[in-house]
Every structure is written in structure tokens, then in C-alpha cells.
Design a protein around this ligand. Sequence first.
Ligand code: TYM
Length: 332
Amino acid sequence: MRRVFSGMQPSGEPHLGNLLGAWVSWVSLQDDAECIFCVVDLHAITSPAEHDPATLRSRTLQLATGMLAVGIDPSRSTLFVQSHLHEHAECTWLFNCVAGFGELRKMPQFREKSEGRGESVSAGLFDYPVLQAADILLYHADEVPVGEDQRHHIELARDIGQRFNHRFGEVFTLPKAVHPPAGARVMDLQDPTVKMSKSASSEKGIVRVLDDPDRVVKKFRSAVTDSDAVIRHDREAKPGVSNLLEILAAVTGRGVDDLVDEYAGQGYGTFKAAVAEAVVERLTPIRRRYDELADDPGEVTRILADGAQRARAIAAPTLREAKEAVGLLLPA
Ligand code: TYM
């Protein structure tokens, strides 16, 4: 059975992009792959703006609760918190000695996040993709289901794994990124030229997975479109309408062309209301399940403890093999 690994940062409340770009595929992959999912808290501390200790702790538990609410099934999948396994940080060090300064400096997300921050950028932010490579490679993952924005990070993980294997012998499996057919790049509703992101400046452009129906409807009603009043898919010329079409396709499982045919000739108001309704329908059971699970945080921490144990059973032998391959003297 092929193995799948993916992770999400506990930075900010999860939004529609996280749901459609990642969670929906995670849930369906559980039917035919061995799945391992991780709350990547060590990644979340690389951006100082998001690093308030008490907030980080509660968001870590909330994100794990969200994953369960969305349909991650702990009886079939492994769900754990990254920092519960020292293996991730330790493997990162081995990879730091294989990864190049030049390739890390060029990573698009590092360039975006470090822009305008001069010398104050943390070394952790720079090293972020190396930790991500350790996350994936420790588990011999074949597939990594992610949104489009993670493409470069998965390619780098592949490059690091390949270089390590070439230098020290075949230890790591080379992974590939997999993206959902629709929803791999959900855009901000107020500025559809940028991706929906946990840290966007205006809440109006971000639909949170736990938003109540009224908020969802309001956000879609005020979504930025264009002035030509034609419903068709063209990311360049009509980014707002195209984004709404893709969101509707992702939540209903229908094709974009099919939706264009159905809504042809209708006004933007009607179309936006239909998208909002479909999204509310998708989010409502998740919100209900979240509320139930949040009443029993002890159960969530128990699931995470069990997940850490199962994860360690895979990660620890891989790390040992990598250390041995590098030539570190293993303790007696
Ligand atoms: P993060 O926490 O930013 O996002 C989690 C997942 O959500 C996807 N995503 C989106 N998909 C579509 N449209 C959007 N607007 C959108 N915004 C976010 C992301 O692509 C991702 O799949 N570096 C990773 C976390 C990570 C990881 C890993 C992922 C750490 N280790 C190992 C996979 C494997 C990140 O920042 O995701």
C-alpha cells in the first residue's frame, strides 16, 4: 500500500484554501493509502509574528481537533504533533549538511516571507523547507497531498533525498506532490490575485472553516468580481469569477465547464449566493463535529499520543539508518 504524508501549521485558523487544497484529499486518500498527518508546530515558530506561546499551544490542539472534525479517522490514519518526535529536528540537522545555501535562499516562500525584514529574519525561516523535507522523508512517503503553493517545497525534499541517497546509499524514498483537481489554489475573496492565506490583512477575503453561515454568506456577497457580468473561467482576465467557479467545483465535486453552462446568463448576485450556499452546506457538519470534539480535549490528546507512538515506529528506524549511513557512531 502506498504511503501518504502531509502536514499543516497551527498558525491562524484554517480556511477554505486549507480545506480544499489539502484536507479534502487527505480524507479521501484514507480509503486507499496508509496516511500520516502532522500538526507542524516547529514550522509555526519560524515566523515571530505568530509566536505567542499560549496561542501556539491552543492552536496546536485546535488544529488537531479540526483535522478530526473534517474526517481524519484515527483508527485508519496516524495523526500526531511534529514536536512530539525529536526525530524531525534531528533529521533536519543531517539534511542541513546536504542542502545548499543557494537553493534555500531561492525558495519562493522564503523570499516572500523574508521580504522587507532585512537581517531580522530567523535562521529557522531560512531552514523551514529542510525541516519539511525531514517530515516527509522520515516516513518513506510516496505521495504528499498539498495545495499548489507547496510544490517547490516538495521538489526540494525530493532533491535532498536524492542527494543524500547518492552520497550515502539508498535510505530515503523520493516523494511526489499530489494536488486536488479543483481547489489547489484558492484565492482571497477581496483580492483574487493573491492566494487565500491565514495571515491576509483583511478577514473579509478569508472564509474560515469554522465561520458561521451568516459570515460565510456575507463574505461571498462582498467577493470582488469584475464589471462585465459574464460567468466564465479565465484566471487571467476574470480572477474573481474564476476563483468562485473553482470553489464551487471543489465543494460540489462538479466540473467547472458544467457549472459555467448552468450559470450562463445569470447575474453575479445569484451566482455568489449559490457558491455561498454550497460552501455553508460543506462547512456545517464540520463545525458541528468540531464543537462536539472540542468538548472533550482529553480524547484529542489521547489520539495525538497514540499517533506519536505510531509515527515514531516508522521515523526512529529511518533516522537510525540515516545516521549510520552518514557514518555517525551509533551508541552501544
Ligand atoms: P500550510 O499550513 O500553509 O497549509 C496547509 C495546506 O493547505 C494548503 N493551502 C492551500 N491550498 C489551496 N489554496 C490555498 N489558498 C491554500 N493555502 C494553503 C497548503 O498547500 C498545504 O497543503 N509548509 C507547509 C506545512 C508542512 C508540510 C510538511 C506539508 C510542513 N511539513 C510536510 C506537507 C508535508 C505549510 O506551510 O502548509
